[in-house]
Design a protein around this ligand. Structure first.
Ligand SMILES: *Cc1c(COP(=O)(O)O)cnc(C)c1O
Length: 416
């Protein structure tokens, strides 16, 4: 008999996005004439084609593999040296952040990285997550056995950090002892971003509490305000208390191609049971060389191309396009007299539903009346109830139409 990992049975019934997809399918099957009107601003997936530099490099990478002279087999498990150097140079050192090439670990994305990093942590850590939260942080901890059962929408054993309208959707450090805390800035789902003072406060908290911050910066390329750090390592002391997850999914449109990286500073340590301090860098290197053979050659070439000045320019243009979409959505929502957050340093817009409308009510209403797919704030945690996330990842025409259709939130709601 094969025993299963019981922790999987603690997971709440459905992952959020399959549930939304199910409702959209039910609607489309029973309203086939309206099905082709559906506009999807639900899931956070990019819509625009890859930057040109990446396409050219991918083609070259495939040609290399087709050539006896330039053929590439296995590469180093944590990425080719020239790619790690290109990332460290263009995305950190040129921005005044002292990160060594060897502190960059290439991977197939930051969702898997955030999940795998838990392999390095022992049992018994007290773990804090924001609420609302990117569901991956919570569910991977459930699978790893770091929680109890779910009670009233929250897993026992986790510390939830409330992000509310009152704190601008930027959670404060916990008052109780915590060993590991997740932060995501710019934030999915709320679209908020932490400024330098807020992030400094968190780093100082981690240093004085000997805690580890798992910092998800998947959306750093969307930061437009100079007061907002694009990396936690811009904050003094962060190399002693944080790892940073980065992704080419949103800035470079790599959601289908797959590549991200994790920055693990050499001076970052955790504690072994015998009290010794052990560098996470050594453990993460070991984990990669044991469990993976890294990222494909064409994809690594494409990443190096994104790191060139031309590639950086094309990534900025891609993010600017989605930010302009977000501005259209923000304006449309504000014009309805609804409160709106985010969208200025992130591709997500977060709105307060009209009074009396729950998150799922609003999602169902927009689907039924306007054939617009959005994401319920409640799907990201208890603090998300009464809010809605609208994704700016779409074509300009669809976003303009989505902006018009959002009016159904107030017009149909007032008719109820
Ligand atoms: C999209 C996203 C990522 C990126 O994940 P990949 O696996 O690199 O595609 C990471 N974190 C958050 C919060 C995201 O929304």
């Amino acid at each position: 008999m094969a025993w299963i990992n019981d922790n999987f049975l603690k997971l709440s019934a459905g992952y959020l996005f399959p549930e939304i997809a199910r409702r959209v399918n039910v609607f489309c099957n029973s309203n086939p004439e309206l099905a082709k009107r559906v506009i999807r601003c639900g899931i956070g997936d990019v819509t625009e084609p890859l930057p040109e530099v990446a396409v050219t490099a991918l083609r070259e990478g495939v040609e290399d593999l087709a050539s006896r002279e330039r053929f590439q087999g296995y590469g180093p498990p944590t990425g080719h040296d020239f790619v790690r150097a290109a990332i460290a140079q263009s995305m950190f050192r040129e921005r005044g952040v002292d990160i060594a090439d060897g502190e960059i670990f290439l991977s197939d994305g930051s969702k898997p990285d955030a999940s795998h990093f838990l392999e390095l942590l022992g049992s018994g850590n007290v773990i804090a997550v924001p609420d609302p939260v990117y569901p991956v942080y919570v569910d991977t901890n459930v699978m790893a056995g770091n929680t109890g059962a779910m009670v009233n929408g929250r897993y026992q054993g986790l510390v939830y950090l409330d992000a509310t309208a009152e704190n601008g959707f930027v959670p404060q450090p916990p008052s109780q002892p915590v060993d590991v805390a997740y932060l995501c800035s710019p934030n999915n789902p709320t679209g908020s971003a932490m400024n330098r003072a807020a992030l400094t406060h968190w780093v100082n908290w981690a240093l004085s509490n000997d805690a580890l911050i798992l910092f998800d910066a998947a959306y750093e390329a969307f930061v437009r305000e100079s007061d907002m750090p694009r990396s936690i390592f811009e904050i003094p002391g962060a190399k002693k208390c944080a790892v940073e997850f980065r992704s080419f999914s949103k800035n470079g449109g790599f959601t289908g191609l797959r590549c991200g990286f994790t920055v693990v500073p050499k001076e970052l340590t955790g504690r072994a049971r015998d009290g010794k301090r052990v560098p996470f860098h050594d453990l993460w290197s070991r984990r990669w060389s044991t469990c993976s053979n890294g990222v494909s050659w064409p994809v690594q070439k494409a990443v190096a191309a994104l790191c060139t000045p031309q590639g950086q320019k094309q990534m900025t243009a891609l993010c600017d396009f989605y930010l302009a979409n977000a501005a259209i959505l923000r304006n449309a929502i504000a014009a309805q007299g609804l409160q709106v957050w985010g969208g200025q340093n992130a591709p997500y817009v977060w709105l307060k539903c009209p009074t009396g409308l729950s998150s799922w009510d609003a999602v169902d209403l927009l689907l039924r009346e306007a054939q617009l797919v959005t994401t319920p704030g409640a799907g990201f945690g208890n603090c998300g109830e009464g809010f809605l996330r609208v994704s700016a990842f779409n074509s300009r025409a669809n976003v303009q139409e989505a902006g018009r259709r959002l009016a159904f939130l107030t017009t149909s709601a007032s008719k109820r």
